[in-house]
Design a protein around this ligand. Structure first.
Ligand code: SAM
Length: 205
C-alpha cells in the first residue's frame, strides 16, 4: 500500500484552518467548512437513519452544521453529544446550536475520537465527518466501539483528497478494532471530488 501522509506534515496554515482549527485561520476555516461541508454532514445524519429517542455521538463536528439535523432526527426523547478538541470550533458550534443546547438535547464537549468521555455502551450511533485522518485511528476505533451499544452503528465520511492513504485501510483498521459489517463506498461529487463513506456496526446484540 502507498505510504500514509503523516498528519504532522500538514502545512501549518492548513492545520490551523482545518485540522486543529485555531486563531483567525481557524475562524476562516470554520466558515468555509460550514458552507462547503454542510451537505456531507446532512448525508451522514440521513445515512445513520436516526430514530426518535436515540443517543448519538458526533465526533469532530467543527463549526457544528450537522448538529441541528442530528438533534431533529432523534427528537422527541433523544440526545446528541458532540466532542471536538478545538476550542474555536466548540465556540462556533455552541453559538450555532444555542437553542438545542438550551433545550437540553445537545451537549458540545472537549474531546476526541480517542477520548470521548462517554461511558461504555452509551450511544446508539456515532457520526464522523472529515476528521478520521486526524485521529490515532487504532485508539479512536477502539474508543468508538466501546461507547457504542451492542448492535449500534457508525457512519464515517471524509473527502477522498484529504485522507492521504487508501480508503481500504480504514476497513482493515476498523475491523482490527472489532467492528463488524464494515461497508466502504466512494460517492462521486461534482465539485469536491469523491467522498469516502464507511458504515460500521458494533458486532454485539
Ligand atoms: C476538517 S474539520 C471537519 C469539521 C466538520 N465535521 C466538517 O466536515 O466540516 C476537522 C475537525 O476535527 C477535529 N479534530 C481534530 N482532531 C480530532 C480527533 N482526534 N478526534 C476528533 N476530532 C478531531 C478538529 O478540531 C476539527 O473541528
Amino acid at each position: 500500500m502507498p505510504p500514509e501522509k503523516h498528519p504532522g506534515r500538514t502545512p501549518r496554515l492548513l492545520d490551523a484552518a482545518f485540522g486543529r482549527p485555531r486563531g483567525p485561520a481557524g475562524t476562516v476555516g470554520g466558515g468555509l467548512m460550514a458552507r462547503f461541508n454542510a451537505s456531507q454532514e446532512r448525508w451522514a445524519v440521513d445515512r445513520a437513519a436516526l430514530r426518535p429517542g436515540e443517543r448519538v455521538l458526533v465526533v469532530g463536528p467543527g463549526p457544528g452544521v450537522g448538529l441541528a439535523p442530528a438533534v431533529a432526527a432523534v427528537e422527541p426523547g433523544g440526545r446528541v453529544i458532540a466532542v471536538d478538541p478545538s476550542a474555536t470550533m466548540r465556540r462556533a458550534a455552541i453559538r450555532r446550536c444555542a437553542a438545542q443546547i438550551a433545550a437540553g438535547t445537545l451537549r458540545v464537549d472537549d474531546g476526541t475520537a480517542e477520548r470521548t468521555g462517554c461511558p461504555d455502551a452509551a450511544v446508539d450511533a456515532v457520526l464522523s465527518v472529515n476528521n478520521v485522518m486526524l485521529w490515532d485511528r487504532p485508539a479512536g476505533f477502539r474508543e468508538l466501539l466501546r461507547v457504542l451499544r451492542p448492535g449500534g452503528r457508525m457512519v464515517l465520511t471524509v473527502h477522498r483528497h484529504v485522507l492521504g492513504f487508501p480508503p481500504e485501510r480504514l476497513v482493515t483498521e476498523a475491523t482490527g478494532a472489532g467492528f463488524g459489517g464494515v461497508e466502504l463506498t466512494l460517492r462521486d461529487r461534482r465539485v469536491l471530488g469523491p467522498a469516502v463513506q464507511l458504515l460500521l456496526h458494533h458486532p454485539g446484540r
